[in-house]
Design a binder for this molecule. Sequence first.
Ligand code: FE2
Ligand code: FE2
Length: 272
Amino acid sequence: MLIAQITDTHIKLPGRLAYKTVDTAAMLHVCVAELQQLKQRPDLILFTGDLVDLGRPEEYEHLATILAPLQQRIIAIPGNHDERGAMRAAFRAGGYLPGEGFLHFAIDDDYPFRLIGLDTLIPGEGGGELCAERLDWLDRTLGRRPGRPTLIMMHHPPFQTGIGHMDRIGLKGAARFAEIMARHPQVELILCGHLHRTIRASVGGRPALTCPSPAHQVALDLDPDAPSAFRMEPPGFMLHWWTGAGFVSHTASIGDYPGPYPFFDAEGKLID
Ligand SMILES: [Fe+2]
Ligand SMILES: [Fe+2]
């Protein structure tokens, strides 16, 4: 089974650019076209937050028109740029978001693994939080199916990245989250967004990843006082292959690049 992860699409009203620079809608159109042309078709698409830029219902409508060509099921959790009410309404037809409260959920039996979505949103803030109520829900939910391989998706990564301005809008509650991860070894992988680039860390012994954006990327600068900045590095998405025994994750760069070139000639000799 193959999962495509898309994150931080930051869709605005038609014609508006993010930070007066990034045409996020045009870039998501390109991403959607690439997904449709993949040789191996993803079975499921996960969105890990910051779907729209200002949380407005009209932005979710714009997002839906861009995603319309995709036939796969789309499962989404909110980021700090999303708004619970507007997102709940926009994704109501998916049937997995609860009707009230936090936008967290567990999909137990639809896939060969269990899928848990978390809501790290604090309305009006850039940083995120897993408060006691959300962490208790997660601990209880994991405790119900300890033997089932589990994939967790959440927007704010539960680890320090070293990119100072992003860590300052990181996740509150990360220490207890790590302690919960250590007690639930069935968690195979934690998928995150928010960082607009690929980063890997270990959280309570479980692997955690952030994913590039199909639009702008957060600048790679590990100075704790680095200025808050983005770069137009190659946009991307991730593919997570469920092998039956675990997940293998790939980053895909969006765009036209030279190649593919063969390594070997027609006689099977290495080209040199
Ligand atoms: Fe974002
Ligand atoms: Fe974010």
